[in-house]
Design a binder for this molecule. Structure first.
Ligand code: GEK
Length: 241
């Protein structure tokens, strides 16, 4: 796994963050050092996915990146048949995922699609995973995205949503930010790397308060929504149709 050193040298100006080849090369290192409990989240989401998957239906992984969730799903499903559609708008991400799947027994179970998830037709789904991806969609398109997911889910189908969040209260927001930067420093990121990454993500990753996510899911029609994991400004929720 290559080490993420992308923001280690001063850049002026810092260009907006993109999921390009340089990011794909270091992606797993970047995620494990930048998303608290990333491995734990993937592991539990795979378990939730297996639990809620209804035979003969589809699983969607929207913003699948290089396929950590998909590869975990293949291992967990074993010989059980399933049909997963994995979508990402970054070509290098889809290529990296395809390379991981190539030659594995599950190759035919996962359909990779290069494109914008806002254009994905969701149909006959029992599980939809939206893992740290809604945050990259413009806020004005988020209601439509979640409604599109709700409409494509079968009864008792679930949305598994993970996001970096914000807090409306300044004291809590400042505390969460401080804890998050502490986490990144503990993982070896320098002050320069942290501040340049923050600048690159400004306007690209727009976090919302957890209340906003919960209300959006309820408005879309989900009958129950639960936050199953929270680490300061990171959270995972499950919404059941
Ligand atoms: C994981 N889920 O390992 N359409 C499709 N893909 C998009 C869009 C869009 N509109 N916007 C962003 N992406 C993964 C991690 S990463 C999270 C997800 C992060 C894609 C983008 O190309 C990237 O691969 C992914 O969403 C977000 O659990 O890096 O913080």
């Amino acid at each position: 796994m290559s080490k993420d050193r992308i923001y280690g040298v001063p850049q002026n100006p810092v260009p907006p963050f993109q999921f390009d080849e340089s990011v794909v090369r270091v992606f797993d290192d970047m995620l494990t050092r930048s998303i608290p409990l990333y491995r734990e989240i993937i592991r539990r989401q795979v378990q939730l996915l297996v639990r809620f998957y209804q035979e003969g239906t589809r699983i969607y992984d929207l913003g699948c990146s290089n396929g950590n969730l998909g590869m975990g799903t293949c291992r967990a499903m074993g010989n059980k048949p399933f049909d997963m559609i994995a979508v990402d708008s970054s070509r290098p991400m889809i290529e990296a995922y395809a390379a991981r799947l190539e030659g594995t027994p599950h190759m035919s179970r996962v359909t990779l699609e290069w494109g914008d998830i806002r254009q994905t037709t969701i149909d006959q789904a029992s599980v939809v995973v939206l893992n740290f991806t809604l945050q990259f969609i413009a806020p004005e398109h988020r209601d439509a995205m979640v409604t599109q997911i709700f409409d494509g889910l079968l009864p008792n189908g679930v949305l598994l949503l993970c996001e970096k969040s914000a807090h409306a209260n300044a004291t809590i927001e400042n505390m969460q930010q401080a804890m998050y930067y502490q986490f990144k420093k503990e993982n070896g990121y320098s002050d320069l790397e942290i501040s340049q990454k923050r600048e690159a993500l400004e306007k690209v990753l727009v976090p919302e308060a957890m209340d906003v996510h919960l209300e959006r899911c309820s408005r879309a029609g989900f009958r129950v929504v639960d936050v199953w994991l929270k680490w300061f400004n990171f959270a995972a929720l499950i919404a059941v149709k």
